[in-house]
Design a protein around this ligand. Structure first.
Ligand SMILES: Nc1ncnc2c1ncn2[C@@H]1O[C@H](COP(=O)(O)OP(=O)(O)O)[C@@H](O)[C@H]1O
Ligand SMILES: [Mg+2]
Length: 135
């Protein structure tokens, strides 16, 4: 879906665990999460970098990581990144809604978590989805 947005200088690495269990989830909504996280990763890197997508099992959660080699988030930006309408991008480029939407889908719809690990050159958005959840 996002292939046309990936610049030639950005390498895409997929590291998917082939043995993950089936997850009780809303797949269309989760696709929105991956889209928003990958969009941000591509925005952060510009023309060159490595976009890495990892899936793995951690106890009773499936973990999906979207990693980029961009400049990262300062502590101040990371603290506000999930706020609706918070953006550091120019008017017209960022709505500030991508992470708000992603957080709602992960936390409110799936009982999961979304975490940021960031340092310059290495940023990870970690999504943790319970294998089964109760609404
Ligand atoms: N991978 C990333 N690397 C650096 N900063 C990021 C990344 N993802 C999100 N951010 C920061 O979080 C802010 C909020 O992201 P988001 O809610 O998707 O809104 P938008 O992309 O429209 O600005 C971004 O403006 C940016 O400052
Ligand atoms: Mg965004």
């Amino acid at each position: 879906m996002l292939g046309h947005k990936v610049p030639d200088g950005v390498e895409v690495v997929r590291a998917y665990d082939p043995d993950l269990p089936v997850v009780d989830a809303f797949p269309g909504e989760l696709n929105r999460v991956w889209t928003n996280l990958i969009d941000n990763a591509l925005d952060a890197m510009g023309d060159t970098g490595v976009l890495r997508v990892v899936t793995r099992l951690d106890e009773d959660r499936v973990v999906i990581e979207v990693c980029d080699t961009g400049p990262g988030l300062s502590d101040e930006v990371a603290a506000r990144a999930f706020e609706a309408f918070f953006t550091t991008k120019d008017v017209g480029r960022g709505t500030g809604l991508g992470l708000d939407i992603a957080r709602r889908i992960v936390v409110e719809r799936h009982g999961g978590e979304i975490l940021i690990h960031s340092e310059p050159g290495h940023t990870v958005f970690e999504v943790r989805i319970p294998i089964s959840h109760t609404d």
